[in-house]
Ligand binder design. Structure first.
Ligand code: ADP
Ligand code: MG
Length: 365
């Protein structure tokens, strides 16, 4: 009964129906309250915590920020000293990310729920902790989705791009990694996001410097540490376009062991992106959205956006040059396809599919 309610709640919540999800979670709390009366002391404590996490989910869904207390000043200062910043007011939500419905659902079951219901996760031996790695061809929403995940859960978000940190952190890499994780723990619930993580973890060889090796082991230890205190509300996220250059140690159990493939947009998602881009354009003529979506098979989400912007620019130039009737039309958009080609070749796409097969998770597209 309880499980059913939570599952239904998850389903409705990930499909965007927050109101109904709140009702389901309220019902779950009622059931817990009944159990509470009958429970012994140990069980009571468990139930109390479960009710508290459900309550904070409801508060989040109703649009209030779950944390009433301010952010830990010391932790904030450390993050700043490391040349980073904490984002706690979020612009992007799941609904802004076109398509990827399966991925969003997977994130709920693999990430959001275990964080919210640590006790239940333990009861069912569902793994909490470690990190989640997004991989897939560039321009399809890995970075975007990480931000949306923070927005969806109202978690604090620390964005780290290791390639820019290397020079800034030169000589104190190991120490800084440690400070970063300590500070992030002080800012929970928090997502610590390492974008383009391959620059942090290239396959180690004889050319790797001693300092970078030590920094990397420090990092792996920090992530591995979550396995033992699984209920931590710190989520480690990583993203990469080139998963095959990662050191194999990185994807071992307890590290980035949950890998999520982020595919290019399918036809429906491409149409959503085009419609969204065109919303802001008032001077448009007839646009056959279905036709453009069909003709952009193999293009990334960012490519599709670019096609729209490029077409708008061309129509604008025509207007500047005196064509008062200039509008964006199907023809204008189709014309742009002659100039703009997919940024990812089919050969490279095949490589992601092969990689997914090797890892035992076959990408759906
Ligand atoms: N699924 C998507 N839905 C809507 N827009 C997207 C999507 N994926 C990418 N975009 C657009 O493309 C831009 C680049 O995407 P990004 O997340 O940086 O790609 P990646 O990190 O996978 O290389 C985003 O800022 C967004 O404007
Ligand atoms: Mg990115």
């Amino acid at each position: 009964m309880m499980r059913n309610l939570l599952e239904k709640g998850l389903e409705t919540e990930s499909s965007g129906n927050k109101k109904q999800a709140v009702e389901l979670y309220r019902k779950a709390i009622e059931i817990l309250q009944r159990d509470f009366a009958r429970a012994d002391a140990v069980e009571k404590e468990k139930i109390r915590r479960r009710m508290a996490s459900l309550q904070s989910v409801i508060t989040g869904l109703e649009g209030h920020t779950p944390q009433s207390t301010g952010l830990d000043e010391g932790a904030l200062k450390t993050i700043e000293e490391l040349g980073l910043s904490v984002i706690s007011s979020h612009q992007v939500k799941f609904k802004d990310v076109a398509g990827l419905e399966d991925v969003k659902r997977e994130l709920f079951t693999k990430v959001i729920y275990p964080l919210r219901f640590p006790e239940l996760a333990k009861d069912f031996n569902v793994f909490v902790g470690g990190g989640v790695l997004f991989y897939g061809p560039p321009g399809n929403g890995k970075t975007f989705l990480a931000k949306a995940l923070a927005g969806e859960t109202s978690m604090n978000f620390i964005y780290v791009n290791p390639s820019t940190l290397y020079s800034k952190w030169f000589g104190s890499f190991e120490k800084n990694i440690n400070s970063l994780f300590t500070a992030a723990r002080g800012l929970t619930p928090c997502i610590l996001f390492f974008d383009e993580i391959e620059s942090l973890f290239p396959v180690r060889d004889e050319r790797s410097s001693e300092a970078s090796r030590r920094g990397v082991s420090q990092f792996l230890n920090e992530i591995g540490g979550f396995q033992s205190n699984g209920s931590s509300e710190l989520l480690i996220l990583g993203a990469t376009n080139v998963p095959w250059v990662l050191d194999p140690a990185v994807t071992r159990p307890g590290r980035f062991d949950r890998m999520v493939y982020i595919p290019p947009p399918d036809m429906a998602a491409r149409e959503t992106i085009i419609r969204h881009q065109m919303e802001a354009v008032s001077r448009k003529g007839e646009i056959d959205y279905g036709q453009i979506a069909t003709s952009t098979e193999g293009y990334s989400a960012a490519d599709v956006e670019y096609i729209c912007r490029y077409s708008a620019q061309n129509a604008f130039l025509k207007a500047v040059n005196g064509d008062e009737k200039s509008r964006i039309t199907t023809a204008e958009l189709m014309d742009s396809l002659k100039t703009i080609k997919p940024s990812v070749s089919s050969g490279l796409m095949e490589r992601y599919v092969q990689y997914g097969k090797l890892r035992g998770s076959v990408p759906s597209q």
